[in-house]
Design a protein around this ligand. Structure first.
Ligand code: PYC
Length: 334
């Protein structure tokens, strides 16, 4: 096996984890030097000069549409434990909730943190992470808000769908008006309606604030349920085309913002959000003027420790880039 890496790159090591079933691949050593500026600048250096690393790590054949990558970096602020850039099979994410919980589990596994709170820098803003005695992890997210409510979309095969547009570190269209059963056996229908919602948003030119593309679709069902351990179940279509196996940290944050705006959830009240596969995040919020500051708690487990091997004779050594890859278009911020 030939180990062929660009000259300035030391052997690149990563740790895999999953958070409520959703994987995170965290680069812990050997990544490119992106300088010491704010994360919002470093993500642009990564995007324009080192995108091969993203595609090598998270697209097929090493990765898949469901994989989210996290590049750990030295922090730019003295009081932060690290900086992190999140990415997926089609580009860069400003923030990733399940990924952040995966990063906490990884830092714990490496012995870099112990029980307590730390500051983590992301392109979307600083988040406070916390490792609990029982192994759970929390993050206090960037300010989140409902941007628009009662937005009506005309889908091709599912009729009109009414929902909200909200920000929780990524942009979401959130709807309870989908008339679908949220269960794994119904995955094809849930994916189809979510894709049609996404197409309708694009066709009607509906965006988040400042024209930001709405890349995540969240279908919700608030019960009643046979199981008594959650308040709501969701289906999230992620930008890469797969559904989130976790309840989605930024999606749960955006949902909390909508519940707060409706007056259906009070500050500090606990909301238990289940995913399509039944994994659960607990969320609550602090009021912050027109916005909320969500805190999301979940469990992540480390599953593998690996080293990236590349070969000049392998045509897919830097991954398979698909036509939906739009790394140059997606700004990694609000
Ligand atoms: O947990 O925020 C999240 C997330 C975003 C995309 C996949 N998971």
């Amino acid at each position: 096996m030939n180990l062929h890496l660009p000259d300035d790159i030391a052997p690149l090591e990563y740790i895999d984890s999953h958070t409520g079933g959703e994987p995170t691949r965290t680069v812990i050593a050997g990544g490119p030097d992106l300088g010491s500026g704010p994360l919002i600048e470093r993500v642009e250096i990564f995007r324009h000069h080192h995108d091969w690393l993203r595609t090598a790590l998270v697209t097929e054949p090493r990765g898949s549409e469901v994989m989210v990558g996290a590049l750990l970096l030295p922090p730019s602020k003295p009081d932060a434990i690290a900086g992190v850039i999140y990415f997926d099979n089609i580009g860069y994410l400003g923030m990733c909730g399940h990924g952040t919980i995966g990063v906490v589990a990884t830092l714990d596994f490496l012995g870099k943190i112990s029980v307590g709170t730390y500051l983590l820098e992301t392109p979307a803003g600083d988040v406070q992470i916390e490792l609990w005695e029982d192994g759970r992890a929390s993050f206090r997210n960037v300010p989140s808000y409902r941007y628009q409510t009662g937005v009506t979309l005309r889908t091709k095969s599912f009729g009109e769908v009414v929902g909200d547009i909200a920000y929780g570190g990524n942009w979401f269209f959130i709807t309870a008006d989908h008339r679908q059963e949220i269960r794994l056996a119904n995955l094809p229908q849930l994916t189809a309606i979510s894709q049609e919602i996404k197409q309708a948003l694009a066709a009607e030119g509906i965006t988040g604030q400042q024209g930001r593309q709405i890349e995540h679709i969240q279908l919700v069902n608030d019960g009643p349920f046979d199981r008594g351990d959650f308040d709501s179940q969701n289906f999230i279509l992620c930008p890469g085309g797969e559904y989130d196996r976790s309840p989605c940290g930024t999606g749960t944050s955006a949902r909390l913002a909508c519940l707060a705006a409706e007056g259906w959830l009070q500050p500090e009240q606990t909301w238990r959000q289940a995913s399509l596969i039944g994994s659960i995040f607990e969320g609550s919020y602090e009021a912050a003027g027109e916005r909320i500051i969500p805190t999301i708690t979940g469990n992540a487990y480390v599953t593998a420790r690996s080293q990236l091997l590349t070969s000049p004779s392998d045509p897919y050594t830097y991954g398979i880039r698909t036509s939906t890859d739009h790394r140059h278009e997606r700004p990694a911020c609000e």
